[in-house]
Ligand binder design. Sequence first.
Ligand code: SAM
Length: 202
Amino acid sequence: MKGEFILEFLKEKKQVGAVAPSSKFLCRKMCGPIDFEKADVIVELGPGTGVLTKVLLARMKSTATLISIEANESFCAKLKDRFSDHRLKLINDSAENIGIILSEHGFIEADYIVSSLPLTVIPLIVKNRILDQAASNLAAEGTFIQFQYSLNAQRLLKRKFDVVKLDFTPINVPPAFVYQCRNLQYEDAITSESMSPAFVKS
Ligand SMILES: C[S@@+](CC[C@H](N)C(=O)[O-])C[C@H]1O[C@@H](n2cnc3c(N)ncnc32)[C@H](O)[C@@H]1O
């Protein structure tokens, strides 16, 4: 899988955005905020060779759905060979189309959106569209989870979401930051006054 990943990186550097698949530590960290007992619909953005897809499927309940959206055709074809789980819907498309893809599968929103997209190398106009789609297609109590190798995306994420919490794992190549982003409901907005200012949009 690592070889397959490096080959795609050499062909499509800007799209793939990493030289190696995520470590199991990073995958675990990405799953940390997910309440798998409650999650009915999870959207994964940029599954690549499927390291995180595998962890998500292993922890999801039997009635849940995972919609994994991958722009790279070759990764998508290999994922289709690799996974034969009825809960997984693999879509070869851009993450800019989360809303349409959810409705085509009969869903109005996602409980969690888990993204490995390389925001640093994605053009601003495209990442604005993707993050707007993520924010507007998230359930009221939902969480958008995103990893990045730098803090470049922090300001943009704070513009799109009300609450942005930051975590870190050194055990990945390269070490990675993990963002948890949420939108506040009216009641939350009141209680958020008691939250640590570091985690709330400034
Ligand atoms: C850094 S890799 C992550 C792969 C895998 N999830 C992992 O953690 O090892 C980023 C993935 O995002 C995909 N990607 C990039 N832009 C995309 C877009 N606009 N929509 C969907 N997938 C995209 C790339 O093809 C690549 O598979």
